[in-house]
Design a protein around this ligand. Sequence first.
Ligand code: FAD
Length: 269
Amino acid sequence: MPTTLAEALEIQRDEDATPMAGGTDLLVHWPEQLELHDRDYLDLWGIDELRRIEWSDDTLELGALTTYWDVITDAKIGAAFPLLVDAARQIGAVQIQSRGTWAGNIANGSPAADGVPVLMAYGASVVIASHDKHRQVPLERFYAGYKEMDLAPDELIVAIRIPNRTYRHERFIKVGSRRAQAIAKVGAALVSNGSGWRVVASSVAPTIRRCPTIEAQISDGEPLSSPDDLLPAIRADVSPIDDLRSTAAYRERVMSRVLYYAIEEMSHR
Ligand SMILES: Cc1cc2nc3c(=O)[nH]c(=O)nc-3n(C[C@H](O)[C@H](O)[C@H](O)COP(=O)(O)OP(=O)(O)OC[C@H]3O[C@@H](n4cnc5c(N)ncnc54)[C@H](O)[C@@H]3O)c2cc1C
């Protein structure tokens, strides 16, 4: 349990330890997967310098230990980035929200994560450190495949940087089996500054990803006559799968509908 980031990065250089923040993903299988008990963990929870929320003129920076609850209860973040609060409120329930971190959501690499799509829609970058360097990677370029990401074993995510821009339209949609304690079957985050859209899809591909074909179609202003008008673009941008939560056909159909009705409603405001 290091108490400074420098100490944590020194340990990460020499040890094969799994970083742990809130532990809400890491400890899910603890009771039945006994091999997890033999691993070494680098518990980040005592590093206060990672527990910070900082504004500058052009960015909001969330330290790596920022939890969902920190964001839900921060009125300034709610006013500037309402989708962060929308997503945070739909993650697990209060226990998970007060322990789970945004950085843990990114590093867990789940295609169904709810924090990642809103951060990606807002153009966030991941700030990464090792014992000898710092670097920054745009979140939309962070994932290479299912659970594959641009993070070396000696590196830690130390912060998330979000450009401080204003948007005319913002929407996060999560479709699950129920309103709380559900993993997304289909998710989408959309933002528009009035001249173009950024669209991010979750739970419909091996990674959460931006959707350039959908963005181009809806940004060119051509009116959509039905959800089916979006299907070719959805097929170009994502590749839904059949799994225990849903089928590919359901995911594609629902994605076309949630996007269509969100765009319809926002463009009439
Ligand atoms: C009951 C329950 C409900 C849930 N519901 C949802 C939900 O609705 N939506 C959703 O998106 N998620 C959900 N989750 C998953 C989880 O809560 C989130 O993904 C959370 O953000 C994980 O953050 P954490 O700090 O707990 O990560 P941890 O469990 O501590 O770590 C997760 C992964 O990230 C790595 N890691 C953590 N911090 C760092 C860092 N700073 N640098 C490098 N690597 C790091 C760890 O090594 C691990 O691989 C749920 C989990 C549970 C148990």
